[in-house]
Design a protein around this ligand. Sequence first.
Ligand code: PBG
Length: 343
Amino acid sequence: MNKMSRAQPVGTRSVDQITGGRRLRRMRKAPWSRRLVQENRLTVDDLIWPIFVVDGRNVREPIGAMPGVFRVSPDLAAKDAELAAKLGIPAVAIFPKVDIALRDQTGSHILDPQNIINRATTAIKRAVPEIGIITDAALDPFTDHGHDGILREGVIVNDETVERVAAAAVLQAAAGADVIAPSDMMDGRIGAIRDALDGNGFHDVPVMSYATKFASAFYGPYRDAIGTAGLLRGDKKTYYIDPANTDEAVREAEQDLLEGADMLIVKPGLPYLDIVQRLKDEFGMPTFAYQVSGEYSMIKAAGANGWIDGERVMMESLLAFKRAGCDGILTYFAMEAAELLKG
Ligand code: PBG
């Protein structure tokens, strides 16, 4: 804004008359002043890295629908977690791809202490004790129909599922999980998991609730990643929240907090920033967003096509979560973002 920019008005008033002399661009004029007034910042402390695990040794399989994301065996998961810790990433979240032969109607393999999620957890804990390990106590990787609950006569049965998920949470904690994060949206699961953890000596293990999980189409690539894409019959609308609703999301979060949730997750992320902001304002609890697979893949695909600057869009999307009030973000970009933040 120089003197030359103070042009003669086209209309009746000059810009100074219109703005009352207030010029909001003043503070944007130079890098130093922009840095001074920057309100939100992304740091490596905000990042949680979801890792897909699969049986075997020395396995690293690319996931078609998620360029740059791999399924890894427990030994390599431990190596990856070590790299994450070196970059300063506070925690990883583990999601298993379970052998199809081990899946059944009720997801019973989730109760095997030696299942892939538990073995990967132990491997990571042994190799990198300083990184936080978050496990998902949900049935969908273990059921042969891809639902997050036990399916009987076309109905996802709530209470029986809750019992199973609570038992699985105890096994996950025993395997070394630092945080239990149930993503299934059954009623009463938070309280049941809290009870089960306390009853088994895991008083110190917090519960991070996927309190507001929406029946979203953004999960597509994830289902490819864990091999449920072809299996899922119907949809998840009887247990996930309708994407049209926000009051209901607040009620869900409130209920989970009453049952003992220590942290809240909003999922998906970017399309649901209004929910993040509302939950943070309403409850003031540690609030996280999950930038899900579809969000990741869309940015990756457009970036690969040269339609957007993928790296800048990645960082802008992560910063948007901070602006909305997130304490952290579960994101497949965690490693890339951490590298950029370091450099
Ligand atoms: C289900 C679960 C989902 C994701 C993780 N666990 C949703 C689903 O498949 O319905 C999605 C994660 C992503 O899309 O990145 N318990």
